[in-house]
Design a protein around this ligand. Structure first.
Ligand SMILES: Nc1nc2c(ncn2[C@@H]2O[C@H](COP(=O)(O)OP(=O)(O)OP(=O)(O)O)[C@@H](O)[C@H]2O)c(=O)[nH]1
Length: 602
């Protein structure tokens, strides 16, 4: 059994681009992945086997071995935390599996909104935070200023923080030593009943679901009957081990303080929810670990295959992706404009983009995505409450008493010269000012309550463009508020295009409608007849543009009888047609559906 005093469980937290991955790579590179004793055992055979199978796996937790200056070998478990607000719950569970956190701050940029958000999360979980100043090789680095900033703003002792370059490896050794001396060792009770926290799980075609966990108390090994306390799922452990040297390495048992994986015959990722507590069925622990929460999607949109014949492929692809992503939700839906597709739920826009990209790249699918929207609560006059995820399902206005929309508490870090511009932006997005803290003379933290719907589209881009890249954002959901919302419909040649409908605040309906019409006018090619494009709220038309008629004769330019050239052009035109959607008698290019969602700022 591994001596707990020789274990360090930690993660690295940072604002995006401050060098988290680079430091992790460097740490892994500078340490070994097996202890001297293990080197001689049969582990290598297992690794060979996995290599033959050709599995390359990215793990959420890597075990490495560091021989410290005190001559002892330490086992480091480096737990990866997702770096985006969309995955805040996963982040919080990963932190709960650690005893300490390395805080990486860019010596040229200093503290940013996510640095603070991450530090507070880490402190909430009682982690010891070890500041590290990175990128000191940059000419613009100001390590002294950043040290002061960390001490003044966060209140963390930072004068002996390692000043490193993760890129060149300079002083990274110091970080390794401080992990040993400053991050506390775990102190679980090995003899107590099993209590382990699931902080991630992945699906593997050979092993089934692989559960990553931190054992708080007790022990678990092959044959243990385990019980997941929140989902109620019970099964027998097939294998336990840890991830190191790019491989899953089985071991005899996992004991208190250790981080590793468990496999059993688990087919469904839904049975092993992040945040759940694993215990021993025969000898259960008295109570589950705190903080379990089932994460629900926050942003919904329709995903349709560009080529209707690919519907089955899209369904199979979504099914596969969901095996590895329990927070992805989908159900079939149909649209008059787009045919058969799926209504999908995501944790946030980044999550949506990742899934969309994977579907397109890994599964070779061309997709049409409808406007992403949040979940609205519709209170009907008959007392019924609907959670609305698809604008098309909005009941008739006469049946609606009122509606509510989700709100977020947002913190925006910005240099003082851009405060005005950012406050304007928040105002335009219906933000409620909550306050402002000055970080130091040049920077402030603005606090706003904003409707989630207003920030899911292009808020982040607008923030960056209005602050020349200097603003950073962090937000968390803070409940629902009553709001004057309407459904905006788009009519092309008098026909409603259901896939373009969305919910907006009554005050911005006119503006959004006008912009949509203008944009669509540019996107829809001229056809043989005039096409009116209208925006409507209920039966009221609030904006209109017209695509003028034109005869599109692709052969006009072909004089004479070069038939092969003519054929080519006709082929090309046919190709173009495939990417069109027939709505009534008008063809709408596929890209029009996406581009209207990206309405320009201002
Ligand atoms: N000059 C210099 N560049 C560095 C150093 N460390 C990291 N970088 C660069 O900074 C950029 C961001 O580094 P990453 O390690 O990807 O940052 P991250 O925090 O993991 O970013 P995300 O993965 O996007 O969250 C990369 O281009 C790195 O090469 C350093 O010490 N010096």
């Amino acid at each position: 059994m591994i001596d707990q005093s020789k274990i360090r469980n930690f993660c690295i937290i940072a604002h995006i681009d401050h060098g988290k991955s680079t430091l992790a790579d460097r740490i892994i590179e500078m340490t070994g992945t097996l202890t001297e004793r293990e080197m001689q055992s049969q582990v290598l055979d297992n690794m060979e086997l996995e290599r033959e199978r050709g599995i390359t796996i990215k793990s959420q937790a890597v075990r490495i071995v560091y021989k410290a200056k005190d001559g002892e070998e330490y086992i480091f478990n480096l737990i990866d935390t997702p770096g985006h607000v969309d995955f805040n719950y996963e982040v919080s569970r990963s932190l709960a599996a650690c005893d300490g956190a390395i805080l990486v701050v860019d010596a040229a940029q200093g503290i940013e909104a996510q640095t603070l958000a991450n530090v507070y999360l880490a402190l909430d979980h009682d982690l010891d935070v070890l500041p590290v100043i990175n990128k000191i090789d940059l000419p613009s680095a100001e390590p002294d200023r950043v040290v002061n900033e960390i001490e003044d703003v966060i209140g963390l002792e930072a004068h002996d923080a390692p000043r490193i370059s993760a890129k060149t490896g300079l002083n990274v050794e110091e970080v390794l030593e401080q992990i040993v001396t400053k991050i506390p060792a775990p102190h679980g009770d090995v003899d107590a009943p099993l209590k382990a926290l699931i902080f991630d799980s992945i699906y593997d075609a050979y092993k089934g679901v692989i559960v990553f966990c931190r054992v708080m108390d007790g022990r678990v090994k092959r044959g243990t009957q385990i019980h997941m306390m929140a989902t109620g799922f019970t099964t027998e452990v097939v294998e336990v081990g840890y991830f190191g040297a790019g491989q899953f390495i089985p071991c005899e048992e996992l004991t208190a303080g250790m981080v590793g994986y468990i496999t059993a015959s688990i087919k469904n990722l839904g049975d092993t929810r992040v945040g759940d507590t694993v215990t021993d069925k025969e000898r259960p622990c008295a109570e589950a670990l705190p903080g379990y929460k089932k994460v629900n999607p926050m942003v919904y949109c329709g995903l349709y295959p560009a080529d209707g014949a690919k519907y089955g492929d899209l369904r199979d692809a979504l099914e596969k992706l969901q095996l590895n992503d329990a927070s992805l939700f989908y159900e079939p839906e149909t649209s008059v404009a787009l045919g058969f597709g799926f209504r999908c739920g995501f944790l946030g826009l980044l999550h949506l983009e990742i899934i969309q990209e994977r579907l397109e790249r890994e599964y070779n699918l061309d997709l049409v995505t409808t406007a992403p929207g949040v979940i609205y609560k519709v209170y009907k006059t008959n007392g019924e409450v609907i959670n609305l995820t698809n604008p098309s399902n909005l009941p008739d206005p006469s049946e609606i008493e009122y509606m509510e929309e989700p709100m977020v508490n947002a913190e925006i870090m910005v240099t003082t010269e851009f405060i005005g511009a950012i406050m304007d932006l928040c105002q335009e997005r219906r933000g409620q000012y909550l306050g402002m803290d000055y970080m130091e003379e040049t920077r402030a933290l603005l606090k706003y309550k904003l409707p989630l719907n207003e920030i899911i589209y292009d808020f982040f881009d607008a923030l960056k463009s209005r602050s020349r890249g200097y603003a950073s954002l962090d937000y968390e959901l803070c409940g629902y508020e009553r709001s004057e919302l309407v459904k905006l419909d788009i009519l092309v040649n008098k026909e409603e295009v259901d896939a373009l409908s969305f919910i907006v605040h009554a005050d911005t309906a006119y503006e959004r409608g006008r912009k949509m019409c203008e944009k669509l006018k540019d996107e829809i090619p001229r056809q043989l007849f005039e096409i009116p494009i209208q925006a409507a709220v209920g039966s009221k038309i609030i904006a209109r543009e017209t695509v003028r008629a034109m005869r599109k004769d692709v052969l006009a330019k072909c004089y004479g009888g070069d038939i092969s050239r003519k054929k080519k052009l006709l082929e090309k035109q046919k190709e173009g047609k495939k990417r069109m959607r027939q709505v009534g008698n008008v063809e709408i290019p596929q890209k029009a559906f996406m581009s209207v969602l990206k309405l320009d700022d201002k």
